[in-house]
Write a protein that binds this ligand. Structure first.
Ligand SMILES: [Zn+2]
Length: 116
């Protein structure tokens, strides 16, 4: 993993603290809670390494269903590690253009955590 800490992320990633594009992990320089973000992004990076990064990124960008699954696995790992609450994870899930409001995100997260 190669960690990059730019002052700003490209406009496409506006509002996010970082993103993974194996083998690079890009995290805004002003982010101080690295541990939590690293766990989240490592889930994505492991999947990218397994699937090959370009197919993973294409599916992530083009498929809501794939993106939801990827984010549920990443936020689920953070919740299981006790790094964030399920409520905070559900709130975060509403920012990924998944068509989910907070309640639907909470239901999806609870469903994932109960079976994942
Ligand atoms: Zn993510």
């Amino acid at each position: 993993m190669i960690l990059l800490r730019p002052k700003r992320l490209p406009p496409f990633f506006g509002g996010f603290a970082g993103f993974a594009c194996w083998p690079f992990l890009v995290v805004r320089a002003d982010v101080t809670d690295l541990e939590s973000l690293l766990l989240h992004e490592r889930v994505h990076m492991r999947e990218q390494a397994r699937w090959l990064v370009l197919p993973w990124l294409a599916l992530y960008l083009l498929s809501r269903r794939f993106r939801l699954g990827a984010e549920l696995r990443a936020y689920g790992a953070q919740v299981r590690a006790g790094q964030i609450t399920p409520e905070r994870a559900a709130e975060a899930l509403t920012r990924y253009r998944l068509g989910l409001d907070r309640e639907a995100a909470m239901q999806a997260l609870n469903r994932y955590l109960s079976i994942g």
